[in-house]
Design a protein. Structure first.
Length: 364
């Protein structure tokens, strides 16, 4: 076994119970497996959802699913990458064989998270460890299935490339695949965290006209404007009215909800025009219910849709995103508001809960 440092989630629930400790990875990756030395890992709200029980996660586990690094070793049968290759981790690889993959919707793959329920390492006391969302990126190194690595296109900084693994694919896909924003349309983005910043940049890339960022923190305004927002609205009881005032009195053509709360989803829906489209990216709790009257659904003619991993095919979308980065249209570094070490992950979760900052990046 090889020993590396990792952030271990010992118990699901609140308060957060996570410790920084050494773990044992297999000395050899094994058939079809790849060992990766992490360069960086983003601290995403989905990790918080795993830690508090909103999403199911066996424990003890190493969370972290948004990462990039360098291949150290490959097991028998691995042909996708070789030692020395820079890669982005893909936390939701499609199997290619299930019903959803067969109808061209790989983001809904029935087997995408099958690896998350299988131990991949051990604690120093010999207890099995599970990889959060397949990849366990909150560690100096990890071992994953070869389907969980994407070769990093040339010209992309390895550290910032971590953001491509979740926030950017999700935000870009929400705009281009789910909402299908057209040039000149108005877009309202709820939540200026990592994914929200990616949505704002992607809306600008799509040629949107008015782009309104909404957040509970006034400190997010400058961050939102740099990412592409034309206007900033501080969340309040008048948010929907404020957005209508910025969009000719009609409401936004598109709203993208990146928070995952029933109240925010309802406000996003109410901020769109008649016939508008609301895409929900945020992950909410199963008991947090959104209500609509039968009459308003008919009258407003709006569309409400969920969005999983940006409705993306990472294999196809990563090269497109890389070209946007190389051309200067997509700024990965501008999304990072804090660079931290493993020890600071709990503090980054606290900041996320308090609504502070954009994306915290664990740099190894």
């Amino acid at each position: 076994m090889n020993t590396v440092r990792a952030a271990i989630l010992s118990t699901v629930g609140s308060p957060l119970k996570m410790e920084i400790a050494e773990i044992d990875l297999p000395a050899e990756p094994g058939p079809g497996r790849v060992r990766v030395r992490l360069a960086a890992a983003g601290v995403c709200h989905s990790d918080l959802s795993l830690s508090n029980g909103t999403l199911r996660q066996p424990v003890p586990a190493v969370l972290g699913h948004e990462g990039a690094g360098t291949v150290l070793a490959v097991g028998e049968g691995v042909t996708k990458v070789a030692p020395g290759d820079p890669v982005v981790l893909n936390w939701a690889p499609s199997c290619g064989n299930c019903h959803y993959c067969g109808i061209g919707e790989p983001w809904l793959c029935a087997n995408a998270l099958s690896g998350a329920g299988r131990p991949y390492a051990r604690t120093l006391s010999g207890e099995d460890l599970y990889p959060g969302l397949n990849v366990g990126a909150f560690a100096e190194e990890t071992v994953v299935d070869q389907t969980c690595v994407l070769p990093l296109p040339e010209g992309i900084p390895l550290t910032e490339a971590a953001l491509l693994g979740c926030a950017v694919l999700t935000g870009y896909g929400a705009v281009h695949h789910s909402a299908q924003v057209r040039p000149g349309e108005s877009v309202a983005v709820f939540g200026v965290g990592g994914v929200g910043l990616a949505v704002l940049q992607s809306a600008r890339i799509a040629g949107a006209g008015t782009i309104v960022a909404v957040d509970v923190s006034p400190d997010k305004e400058e961050l939102a404007l740099r990412a592409g927002a034309t206007d900033f609205v501080l969340a309040s009881d008048t948010t929907a009215k404020d957005i209508r005032g910025l969009t000719g009195g009609h409401g936004a053509d598109v709203a993208v909800e990146c928070v995952g709360r029933a109240s925010t989803i309802r406000t996003a829906w109410g901020s769109t025009r008649r016939g508008g489209r609301t895409t929900v990216v945020g992950i909410g709790g199963k008991d947090d219910t959104v209500s609509f009257s039968a009459l308003e659904i008919f009258h407003w003619g709006r569309t409400l849709s969920g969005c999983v991993y940006g409705n993306c095919d990472p294999e196809a979308d990563l090269p497109v995103l890389a070209e946007h980065v190389r051309a200067g249209r997509l700024d990965l570094g501008g999304m990072v508001t804090e660079r931290i070490g493993l020890d600071a992950i709990p503090s980054a979760f606290d900041a996320m809960l308090a609504g502070r900052g954009g994306r915290a990046l664990v740099v190894f």
